[in-house]
Design a protein around this ligand. Structure first.
Ligand SMILES: NC(=O)c1ccc[n+]([C@@H]2O[C@H](COP(=O)([O-])OP(=O)(O)OC[C@H]3O[C@@H](n4cnc5c(N)ncnc54)[C@H](O)[C@@H]3O)[C@@H](O)[C@H]2O)c1
Length: 288
């Protein structure tokens, strides 16, 4: 049987490196579409600017490669990945237009499955002008998205864009609301800051190991019939060594609604839907 074919956008970036690696090791035929080449090449890279629809269609077309078989899916990561380090209009333009073009190209070329990188920042707490507490815990996908920043807004807009393309073309699209991506080389730096739990309050101490994010991406491309949904992609545990109850008492005292008890170091952001939809299991835990 021919290998499944997948396109990873932003495969030259931080998360992209691990996601490309995982798909290649799982036997997929992978192409990376990015404006820049990766420092460590793992597959063929097509250099393209995703804000240009013509370039996206050409890069995603099977005619762009020797292999004419259509692609099975796209993992769309390319973006400006945070607020406040670029002009706001550029964050909005690049993040929303690239996602629009990626999903438009899927419809035009008959690519049936996509994952788009949304963010837990879309809940708005991370980059809010003034810190606010979640309406309830754990934060699940029904929690209101209340961004006060353009990065979070771009992710909310992209989720609405995904719903339109799902209605129009039937594309299966999961919007992964990704927690803080932690690569193996990041753990030492994080461990050195364990005495400063306030550092990670605004991300509710969530994290996702880049290798576990990659397995979630593969499962979503392998599965059929998932429709169009937002899904939190976070670990089972927090990135703090303190018990979750202590974090809530000290840093989130006004949160009155606990939808379920959070024992030990259980995450304040729910990954229940990720597990139910994909059968995903965490393999890489915060190493204390
Ligand atoms: N890193 C995190 O903690 C985190 C958390 C939540 C969500 N996300 C989302 O995950 C995705 C990947 O994040 P990352 O940390 O790997 O970011 P990154 O900046 O390391 O990688 C992004 C890649 O996108 C490429 N890119 C940017 N503009 C492009 C364009 N116009 N055309 C083609 N390629 C373009 C860049 O060259 C880069 O290689 C982003 O969508 C980000 O918003 C990241």
């Amino acid at each position: 049987m021919a290998a499944k074919r997948v396109i990873v956008t932003g495969g030259s970036g931080k998360a992209g490196h691990w996601i490309v690696k995982h798909f290649v090791e799982a036997g997929f035929d992978v192409i990376n579409v990015d404006v820049r080449r990766p420092s460590v090449p793992q597959c063929r890279t097509v250099v393209a600017d995703l804000t240009q629809l013509g370039q996206v269609v050409s890069a995603f077309s099977p005619h762009a490669s020797g292999n004419r078989a259509p692609y099975d899916g796209v993992v769309h990561l390319a973006a400006i990945p945070r607020a406040h380090e670029n002009p706001n209009d550029e964050i909005y333009r690049l993040n929303t237009l690239s996602t629009y073009n990626v999903l438009e190209a899927c419809g035009l070329l008959g690519i049936k499955k996509a994952i788009i990188a949304s963010s837990e920042s879309s809940y708005g707490i991370c980059f809010a002008n003034k810190f606010f507490e979640p309406h309830y815990l754990p934060v699940d996908e029904a929690h209101p998205q209340l961004p006060e920043d353009t990065y979070g807004l771009s992710k909310v807009v992209n989720e609405v864009t995904a719903a339109m393309f799902h209605r129009r073309d039937g594309t299966q699209i999961l919007s992964f609301r990704i927690g803080n991506v932690v690569c193996p080389e990041d753990y030492a730096g994080l461990k050195a800051r364990l005495d400063h739990p306030e550092d990670r309050l605004r991300i509710l101490w969530s994290y996702i190991d880049s290798r576990d994010l990659a397995s979630a991406c593969r499962l979503a491309i392998e599965k059929d019939g998932l429709g169009c949904e937002p899904v939190n992609v976070v670990s089972d545990d927090t990135s703090s060594n303190l018990p979750t109850a202590e974090l809530i008492k000290k840093f989130l005292p006004r949160v009155k609604t606990l939808k379920r008890p959070l024992a030990d170091r259980q995450s304040l952001v729910s990954n229940a839907r990720l597990k139910a939809l994909l059968g995903w299991q965490q393999e890489h835990f915060y190493p204390f």
